[in-house]
Design a protein around this ligand. Structure first.
Ligand code: FES
Length: 580
């Protein structure tokens, strides 16, 4: 074990400041909790383990987490800890408006304060849906209490007419089929019923699956735990093991800052490339790294991913789903295949080196997890980071989900100031666009929308879909769902509403995308851009009060993780002692 001395033996358990107090203060804390019917032994100096539960009926991906919490409790009791489950904010990706991303930082702030304010020695973080996993990791990083993440696991494979159907990915496909007249409304309704046929998060390699794999790779979740389907009994077994393990972590005081090191983030970037992970991982990893004080740059994602082949054959980049990935061996099998591309000495919540964790890993299906000699996509086909006069702060494109013939493309811009404006125009048979047009949507960045919604892979104009066009270059300051696909340039920074060059583009300007060269160029002279800038004025913040105002005033740009500026960094777990 690489951790420090036994915190319990050294009398350093944080909860002792509450429960070991003599006289009136200790009596208040103990008697108050005994209202729940606990026997006095729970206050004998054992680690108090919080179970932070993002369960909600408004977050179907997390709705089974109460059962998972029960399994965690079994493990905590078994190992001699004292488990206390508590609810956190929950972020349901598909339901929340204007976008769940607006609230990721709010949830991170809420969980951080709950962890710090309560008498906890360690915490098990229960997450699932896209934003709940990064929010909890950000919180854990800022408090730096011993922590293990247990994600809820993916849904079972979706099914429609005998074929696998991927959550999200097939929604976009069916939308295009409907718009092109190749599918009826009734067929779409029938398809819906087989799309989400069990509890769990989206079972494509969308953001939820990506972030679960990343939590495992960072070392914050148990090896192999990311991929067990939510409905598989081994999901609960994993939860029970995590309950056992967190008690040991609390005793040894192995903390997130010792686990989420630069090596851990580098491993996460490599794994994200190998699994064909979501572009959202870029933003979330930058934000988590900012919390834990690890210097991480947007360009690290390109540089570290270049030698990495895409191995995992999952939608949206490939054909399989998370259930298949699990049975093929999951993340440990991918790690074993990547060999020297990973830091094998990294130590996570198991207390063992990564190399030891994956010593027995095997691949059981070579079409799902390809070998490095026969990858799904060659090295360097992961998320690319672009630079140029249209995106001085950078932009990203998911190459594995893009069309090869558009990776080098020059076309004239058709510009929309909002996604709503685009949607109004997209059905217009007279729209001045052909397949060479570069569609530009702005006003969808962190401050602009606000919250940077997942609209970057907007559906193509109807008249072009009807003509059989399946992809076009699309550029925006928005994000894209991890389940989405297409030649879409995302996260353009700085965004338009803060005066990024995206604000200066005009319809009919020429834009050149050159992904192999990693450039995105607005072919307009510097003098002309300067003239346009002189005439540009920033829009007023329309949000006069509440969280939206706080968010718009303080959110950072995409290349910095879109965290709130005052939340970057850590404050630790210490709180002034309140004297009852
Ligand atoms: Fe929750 Fe996809 S909507 S994981």
């Amino acid at each position: 074990m690489p951790a420090g001395p036994d915190a319990a033996a050294a009398g350093r358990l944080r909860s002792s400041a509450w429960f070991a107090s003599r006289g009136r203060p200790g009596m208040i804390y103990r008697s108050w909790l005994r209202a729940e019917g606990f026997t006095p032994e729970v206050f004998d100096g054992r680690p108090v383990i919080g179970i932070a539960n993002s369960w909600s009926e408004l977050t179907p991906c997390n709705v089974h987490l109460r059962g998972v919490a029960d399994a965690v409790k079994r493990g905590v009791w078994q190992a001699g800890g004292f488990p206390l489950e508590f609810p956190t904010m929950s972020l349901g990706e598909t339901l929340m408006r204007p976008t769940a991303m607006l609230f990721r930082n709010l949830m991170a702030m809420e969980v951080e304060e709950l962890l710090r304010a309560n008498p906890l020695d360690g915490v098990v973080l229960l997450s699932g849906c896209d934003k709940t996993t990064p929010a909890m990791l950000m919180a854990a990083a800022s408090v730096d209490l011993p922590a293990i993440m247990v994600t809820g696991g993916p849904m079972l494979n979706g099914k429609y007419r005998g074929a696998d159907v991927g959550s999200g990915t097939h929604v976009w496909k069916f939308e295009q089929e409907l718009a092109a007249g190749r599918m009826t409304e009734q067929e779409c309704v029938t398809a819906e019923s087989g799309m989400a046929r069990s509890c769990g998060h989206c079972m494509t390699m969308g953001t939820a699956s990506t972030m679960a794999c990343i939590a495992e790779t960072l070392g914050m979740a148990l090896p192999g735990s990311a991929t067990w389907p939510a409905a598989d009994s081994r999901r609960l077994l994993t939860a029970q093991l995590a309950g056992q393990r967190i008690v040991a972590l609390a005793r040894s005081d192995l903390r997130p800052s010792q686990i989420m090191t630069r090596q851990a983030f580098e491993n996460a970037i490599v794994i994200n490339a190998a699994i064909g992970g979501s572009t959202n991982a870029v933003i979330h990893l930058l934000a988590i790294a900012g919390r834990v004080g690890v210097p991480l740059r947007l360009d690290d994602f390109d540089e570290l991913a270049r030698p990495v082949p895409t191995l995992v054959n999952l939608m949206p980049s490939g054909r399989y789903l998370m259930e298949d990935f699990c049975y093929a061996g999951g993340i440990p099998a991918v790690m074993a295949e990547l060999g020297d591309l990973l830091h094998a000495g990294h130590v996570g919540v198991t207390g063992r080196r990564l190399a030891e964790n994956i010593a027995d890993a095997q691949c059981w299906n070579r079409d799902v997890i390809r070998s490095a000699d026969d990858p799904l996509q060659p090295p360097g086909s992961g998320t690319a980071v672009l630079h140029g006069n249209l995106c001085p702060g950078g932009a990203v494109i998911k190459q594995s989900a893009a069309s090869p013939h558009l990776m080098k493309h020059r076309g004239q811009a058709l510009v929309f100031d909002s996604i709503e404006e685009y949607h109004l125009a997209a059905g217009d048979a007279q729209l001045r666009a052909d397949e060479s047009t570069v569609l530009v949507v702005r006003g969808a960045g962190p401050k602009g929308y606000p919250g940077m919604p997942e609209v970057g892979n907007f559906v193509l104009p109807r008249k072009l879909l009807e003509r059989g066009v399946t992809d076009m270059v699309r550029i925006s300051d928005a994000r894209m769902s991890g389940t989405g696909f297409g030649t879409v340039v995302l996260h353009v920074a700085p965004e338009a509403v803060v005066g990024g060059p995206l604000a200066l583009v005009r319809t009919d300007d020429w834009i050149e995308l050159d992904v192999p060269a990693r450039t995105l160029t607005l072919q307009v002279s510097d003098d002309e851009l300067a003239r346009r800038r002189d005439r540009w004025a920033p829009p007023e913040n329309p949000h006069r009060r509440g969280y939206a105002r706080l968010y718009v005033e303080h959110v950072l740009q995409a290349d910095q993780g879109a965290d709130l500026d005052f939340l970057v960094g850590a404050s630790g777990a210490d709180v002034p002692r309140h004297n009852h």
